[in-house]
Design a protein around this ligand. Structure first.
Ligand code: BES
Ligand code: ZN
Length: 476
């Protein structure tokens, strides 16, 4: 781009293009959402791959080059690039994921999860917000530039993953093997949410890390009669719940020794930033249907506990008889999926060691306990003085008509810490899903307002960053 006037005329043209093609784009989003790209379900592997191909075809048809499907130890990774902005234009890496969470419980969906429903100015479908809808917004912002200008105002590389919802196991290897395909001045990740459902956008500056395990308590070789053996054989389900219950204290703190040792305290400025955010605890809790929010750690207000403090959860627990009526047995085994959300500077590998050692130490000698790691990911906090933040603020304000607020998210996106660790690549998190949009739950949705204003914001973001030089984005 040669001048400010040219840039703003080009931005206007790209935005007009989005307006003109709105209905067509919504129909195309439905087509993408219909693909059942559930990464956790091996029966859906071909659908996950189909989603990757759908993206490759779309990128290629837009004139984006080298759109490639990479095989990994998990699902495919898609990369592509358009690097003709010339001079010392910046290069941005765009990351989103195209896999989705399983849709069950199916009978709680008003319409089937992979049959998108448009209602109340919302798109309802699995993946509408997390994260296919946001990936789609990136495709459309790029399309708007490619169709109305003679290319993009900056260089873009794309990195789309199909394993995010199951822990991103293949990404570390991919990042180290293919650094050249990911080389950029900054990464933009769109996999989070706006600040509220009233059109207040957000810039994310943190994510929690995660540790996820499966614990199995094995008792007798097979189920036994609870009358014949009760009182003599330790019940694995009783043992499991006793062990798990001992892992949290009355303040909701995880009792594994050393767990809090490396938790970084918030600074006074950080406490103040949390306190300044508009947040109504009662209506937040009410939204979920619970009678009240939990008390949790005394020294930390709810908003801090939701993203700046670690947590422990039992994600699922099963074993024994759960069919109709009753069955009097001592089950042979019981199992649970458990996870912790981690914050800086907790280290997943260290936490993994102490969780395993602790569970083994509290297991009674009457059972065998097996702990399997499912996945782990590191927490991140990104600096707010990054040179990409101010342009992102302007772009979001232009798209939504409101200045963004800064928030740390409680969720995890393992690739963000991995890109920093392996490539020194910093990330700007601009998320567009609705905070009450039922991520991972029945009737997931994204508002058409967020879809539209978010896509327009991305058009602005590329103009804003394109007006900078690559060296302006450097953090060295
Ligand atoms: N989009 C979410 C992460 C997220 C949630 C960011 C809410 C901001 C607000 C992402 O798809 C996700 O769910 N990640 C998993 C990662 C895990 C499987 C390693 C998560 O957080 O559970
Ligand atoms: Zn998710």
């Amino acid at each position: 781009m040669t001048s400010q006037t040219d840039t703003s005329a080009a931005t206007d043209a790209a935005i007009a293009y989005l307006r003109e093609h709105d209905a067509e784009h919504l129909a195309q989003l439905d087509e993408f959402l219909r693909i059942e790209s559930v990464s956790a379900d091996p029966a859906r592997n071909d659908d996950v791959r189909r989603a990757a191909h759908w993206i490759v075809d779309e990128l290629t048809s837009l004139g984006i080059e080298k759109a490639t499907i990479h095989e990994t130890s998990g699902h495919p990774i898609v990369t592509a690039e358009w690097v003709h902005a010339g001079g010392d234009a910046p290069t941005v890496l765009v990351y989103c994921h195209y896999d989705v969470q399983p849709a069950d419980p199916l009978d709680e969906w008003i319409r089937p999860p992979f049959d998108p429903r448009h209602e109340d100015e919302r798109v309802y479908a699995r993946g509408a917000g997390d994260d296919k809808g946001q990936l789609f917004m990136h495709l459309k912002a790029v399309e708007a530039w490619m169709k109305t200008a003679d290319g993009l105002p900056l260089n873009l590389r794309f990195f789309f993953e199909g394993d995010e919802e199951v822990g991103s196991e293949p990404v570390e290897q991919f990042i180290t093997d293919h650094a050249d395909l990911l080389r950029a001045d900054v990464c933009v990740v769109s996999d989070g949410d706006t600040f509220d459902d009233d059109g207040t956008p957000a810039i994310g500056y943190g994510l929690r890390g995660i540790g996820y395990w499966e614990v199995k308590v094995q008792g007798p070789r097979q189920d036994v009669h609870s009358g014949q053996y009760g009182g003599g054989i330790d019940n694995p389900a009783n043992v499991l719940v006793r062990m798990l219950a001992s892992l949290v204290d009355g303040d909701g703190r995880f009792t594994v020794p050393g767990f809090y040792d490396k938790v970084r305290d918030l600074t006074d400025e950080e406490h103040a930033a949390y306190a300044a955010l508009p947040f109504d605890e009662a209506s937040w809790a009410d939204e979920t249907g619970v009678p009240a929010a939990m008390e949790g750690e005394r020294d930390h207000p709810l908003l801090e506990r939701l993203s700046a403090r670690p947590t422990f959860d039992i994600n699922g627990i099963w074993g024994g008889y759960s069919g109709e009526g009753s069955k009097t047995i001592i089950p042979a085994w019981a199992a649970a999926k458990i996870s912790t959300r981690l914050v800086p500077d907790q280290d997943f590998r260290e936490i993994e060691q102490s969780v395993k050692a602790h569970l083994e130490s509290i297991a009674p000698p009457t059972v065998r306990v097996e702990v399997k790691t499912i996945h782990g990911g590191a927490p991140v906090v990104t600096p707010l003085d990054h040179p990409g933040v101010a342009p992102a603020v302007r772009a979001l304000e232009a798209g939504f008509g409101k200045a963004p607020l800064f928030q740390r998210s409680g969720g995890s996106i393992p690739v963000v810490a991995a890109l920093d660790a392996h490539l020194g690549l910093k990330t700007l998190m601009v998320g567009f899903a609705n905070p009450t949009g039922n991520f991972h739950a029945p009737n997931e949705w994204m508002s058409m307002r967020n879809l539209r204003d978010g896509t327009v914001s991305l058009v602005h973001l590329w103009a804003e960053l394109g007006a900078m030089r690559a060296s302006d984005l450097s953090t060295d």
